[in-house]
Design a protein around this ligand. Structure first.
Ligand code: C2E
Ligand code: MG
Ligand code: MG
Ligand code: MG
Length: 283
């Protein structure tokens, strides 16, 4: 698991933070408890459709509401969860909460697709498509209420298996999104043959857009290539109006970033959405 540090886009392995044996062991024990005692919470960040300004999707991002250390971010515990073999449980917990929230939104008349991040280790779970389908069905949700964000690492680790699992998920109507696109080793030629719906262009391509014309040109041509393959493009890490406007001009389909809204709890997102609807209707 790679955590991104700020704008430089370089990767830091934060698990080293907790490498002191005793601290690490304590944190690991605490994480096991956190998983069973509902200490993990989700924040949601809207994905805005650039053509219309509409929000038809949100990404669920996990946080750990630690009893003494406060709110912890994924780079402070995901690597540990992965190493300790807790990722499967974590994914279950996140999926359950995200789908519960999707059901609340549906009941409130909001049709939002909730995107859940899957780590590459989910690839070994052959039961995933069946289990996810059951979770969706038991809540009376349409399959389109769920989007799964996978990484290039997920796709490249075992290509045949990735294809099979994705085909089964997508046959049920779940949407598949390739996260952090451009940071891994997959090529568009390879992605062309996979059952996927959208690419999320990594933040490291979007950050420099505002002050680097060549970076902007790279983004523009990547959007065109994605469209040529029939894929939608989402830009992540949109932090300012300059990048936002350029993405609109380049025909990017969706954008996500602090400029639009930070990841926030569901109740805050509801207020954000309501304010946005009011200002749109009075324009
Ligand atoms: P990601 O899926 O690529 O999510 C995007 C990350 O960028 C999130 O960080 C988000 O808060 C942050 N972000 C969004 N807009 C901006 C922006 O404009 N500027 C900047 N600088 N950052 C922005 P977060 O929430 O810390 O999550 C980090 C990573 O942890 C995620 O990257 C994802 O790979 C992983 N992750 C988060 N939740 C889960 C989960 O439930 N399961 C799994 N397996 N991984 C998760
Ligand atoms: Mg993601
Ligand atoms: Mg990403
Ligand atoms: Mg990422």
């Amino acid at each position: 698991y790679k955590a991104k540090s700020g704008h430089s886009g370089h990767h830091v392995y934060r698990s080293a933070d907790n490498s002191h044996g005793a601290t690490r062991l304590r944190t690991l024990q605490e994480l096991r408890i956190a998983l069973t005692e509902d200490q993990l919470v989700l924040h949601y960040q809207p994905k805005v459709e650039l053509g219309t300004g509409k929000v038809n999707g949100v990404e669920a991002l996990v946080r750990w509401n630690h009893p003494t250390r406060g709110l912890l971010f994924p780079d402070q515990f995901l690597a540990m969860a992965e190493e300790a073999g807790l990722m499967h449980t974590l994914t279950q917990v996140v999926m359950r909460q995200a789908l519960d929230q999707a059901a609340v939104w549906l009941a409130a008349g909001r049709s939002l697709t909730v995107a859940v991040n899957l780590s590459a280790s989910s690839l070994v779970d052959a039961e995933l498509p069946v289990r996810v389908a059951a979770m969706i069905e038991s809540r009376g949700l349409p399959a389109s209420a769920l989007t799964l964000e996978i990484t290039e690492e997920f796709l490249m680790a075992d290509r045949d298996r990735a294809r099979e699992i994705l085909t089964r998920l997508r046959a049920g109507g779940i949407r598949i999104s390739v996260d952090d696109f451009g940071t891994g080793y997959s090529s568009l030629a390879y992605l062309r043959d996979l059952p996927i719906d959208e690419l999320k262009l990594d933040q490291s391509f979007v950050f420099p857009m505002a002050d680097d014309a060549r970076a902007a040109a790279l983004v523009a041509s990547t959007i065109d290539l994605a469209h040529g393959l029939g894929l939608r493009m989402v830009a992540e890490g949109v932090e300012n109006g300059v990048a936002y406007d350029e993405l609109v001009r380049y025909g990017c389909d969706y954008a996500q970033g602090y400029f639009i809204c930070r990841p926030i709890p569901a109740a805050d997102l509801d207020q954000w959405l309501a304010r946005r609807e009011i200002s749109a209707s009075t324009e």
